[in-house]
Write a protein that binds this ligand. Structure first.
Ligand code: 3UK
Length: 543
């Protein structure tokens, strides 16, 4: 490993002990990284240096178009502001707060160039959550969209460790844009080590307090190599679009890093409701779409008349689903509406990106896919031994990326014997396809039967009256737990006793009858995180 370029050694000083780290595997030639590596040089500067700086990099609504050279100049100017005006030294943590936007991308690369550590945050976070992040990561600097100033300023008052803050989207003399104008658009990147931390990604926190995961420059590059090269197969003429925030590593990879790793272009959208996203796909001629399963479900009907797919005269050629289990019903619905077979992939903040997936030619309904080259995956029994083919156990993975929690006792439950345990119950079939069952703590055990909530949800979603649904186990004196379904009725369907009974009978006819929801409750919406993930714990809480 190269000598660290970090002057502020906070990240290094807070790595999990070596014995508690996962095993890292670099089995392929393209994963042999040099000792010095700065991911901004690889993903951004490389294109300009090779004479391709005029390629289009970022587009956004309102007609904004930045070439690779233009993005580089902005990132360079911001890097100067960070170092010369704000006193950043390599290894400092820089909080980023903005909706998906070109300036957020420029700020992210500026932090990489200056050798800092980017701590991107979800736009909807409040002062309390921001204060937790600032304290945990000991954030010293922040670059923030002026429209999101209030909550950050409130958090800063509580956490004086954050000393330096600049706003962009700000016309004032003290704003970031004015400061950028005073600096050169050339910048010599800090020669970071491949094993220097460059991002702290906070988990989306569907349970417990959010954890910070640490990733290195080499991890970023490994993520750009493994899944994109072996499963997504992006092209230089692709136009990427999607909804996940860049603060979520699904969004960071799929909407910024992966397109730039092949010199493609990307569209950054602030508004990504199903209708807005569909309009943008059309308006920008997007070819690769990344979003969550619920979003595909909501877009399917309106997409039908739009003929989005390249084969039907549109532009779209690849659709990626991640973040939550993809119900077979949603895969079928999207295929029927658009003609496009979804590319499902399971990733995790701890692993940086996707490690099990299947491309459109190898997709199998009900399975996430096979292990992504570069990674190893195994379903383990309760003793930490590989489970028999076809039996349910805990998913364990290892590869070039892995879990490093910042100062967190939960490291010992995610990493055991060198394997990363994602917290998911899976089975592997004889063909090496991995089938998602549930989160390990979401398996429902009712009268001795193991029932995975997603299987019941999938059955319910095949009923035309169901827009969205979620299934949990609730305590029951007689059966231990019973299956309970929360259902959001679709347009034109009103909640009623009769509808509840009809749904129960429908599930009994679709899957083994013992799995049917003995309780049904209607809701107008399901509780979700900003990353689109269902918050089952909020359904479990007595209301
Ligand atoms: C669940 C899935 C079944 C699973 C993520 C792609 O979701 C991401 O990261 P998070 O840390 O959550 C991880 C957990 O989410 N999950 C994600 N994708 C799938 N379950 N099928 C899927 N396709 O429980 C996993 O352990 O928020 C996804 C890329 C980067 C990411 N960070």
């Amino acid at each position: 490993m190269g000598r660290s370029a970090h002057v502020d050694t906070f990240a290094h000083d807070h790595l999990p002990r070596l014995a508690q780290q996962p095993e890292f595997l670099f089995e392929q030639p393209e994963l042999q990284f040099p000792p010095l590596l700065n991911c901004a040089s690889e993903l951004l500067d490389r294109w300009v240096a090779s004479g391709q700086g005029e390629r289009i990099c970022i587009r956004a609504p309102g007609g904004l178009v930045w070439t690779y050279a233009e993005l580089q100049k902005r990132a360079n100017r911001i890097a100067h502001v960070l170092v010369e005006d704000m006193g950043l030294v390599p290894g400092n943590r820089v909080l980023l707060r903005a909706p998906n936007s070109p300036m957020l991308a420029a700020c992210w690369f500026a932090v990489m160039k200056a050798g800092g550590i980017a701590v991107a945050t979800m736009p909807l976070l409040r002062a309390k959550e921001l204060a937790h992040i600032i304290a945990k990561a000991q954030v010293t600097h922040a670059l923030c969209d002026a429209r999101l100033a209030d909550e950050l300023q409130a958090a800063m008052r509580e956490q004086p460790v954050l000393r330096q803050l600049r706003f962009h989207n700000d016309d004032s003399a003290s704003g970031l844009e004015a400061a950028m104008a005073r600096h050169s658009d050339d910048f010599v990147n800090v020669p970071t080590a491949a094993a220097d931390a460059c991002i702290f990604a906070f988990t989306s926190g569907t349970t417990g307090t959010p954890k910070a995961t640490m990733h290195f420059h080499r991890d970023v590059m490994a993520a750009c190599i493994c899944w994109p090269r072996h499963v997504l197969h992006p092209r230089a003429d692709d136009v990427f679009i999607g909804s996940p925030p860049l603060a979520f590593t699904f969004g960071l990879g799929s909407l910024l890093l992966f397109p730039m790793s092949v010199g493609a272009s990307l569209v950054l959208l602030e508004r990504t409701t199903p209708v807005a996203l569909l309009e943008a796909i059309h308006a920008f001629g997007a070819t690769v779409l990344a979003t969550a399963p619920t979003s595909y479900r909501a877009m399917a009907e309106p997409a039908r008349s739009l003929r989005l797919a390249a084969e039907k005269g549109g532009s779209l050629r690849k659709c990626v689903s991640a973040g939550e289990a993809l119900p077979a019903a949603t895969r079928a619905l999207w295929k029927d509406a658009t003609g496009i077979e979804l590319i499902d992939g399971i990733g995790a903040t701890e692993m940086l990106h996707i490690f099990i997936s299947a491309d459109e030619a190898h997709a199998r309904p009900g399975a996430t896919g096979t292990v992504v080259p570069g990674y190893h995956a195994c379903v383990m029994d309760d003793d930490g031994h590989p489970a028999a083919v076809g039996s349910v156990g805990k998913l364990a993975v290892k590869g070039p990326t892995g879990c490093r929690y910042l100062d967190d006792a939960r490291q010992a439950s995610y990493v055991k014997d060198g394997w990363n345990y994602t917290g998911d119950a899976y089975l592997m079939d004889a063909d090496g396809y991995f089938h998602y069952q549930a989160r390990t703590d979401d398996m429902i055990i009712s009268a001795g039967y193991n029932i995975g909530a997603p299987e019941v949800e999938d059955a319910l979603m095949q009923h035309p009256a169901v827009a969205e649904c979620a299934v949990i186990g609730v305590p029951d004196a007689e059966r231990g737990q019973i299956v309970k379904a929360f259902v959001v009725p679709g347009a034109g369907h009103a909640p009623s006793e009769a509808l509840a009974r009809e749904l129960q009978e429908f599930v009994k006819r679709t899957v083994a009858p013992y799995k049917y929801p003995r309780a049904v409750e209607f809701l107008s919406a399901l509780p979700r995180t900003e990353t689109g993930k269902l918050q089952r714990f909020r359904l479990r809480a007595p209301r």
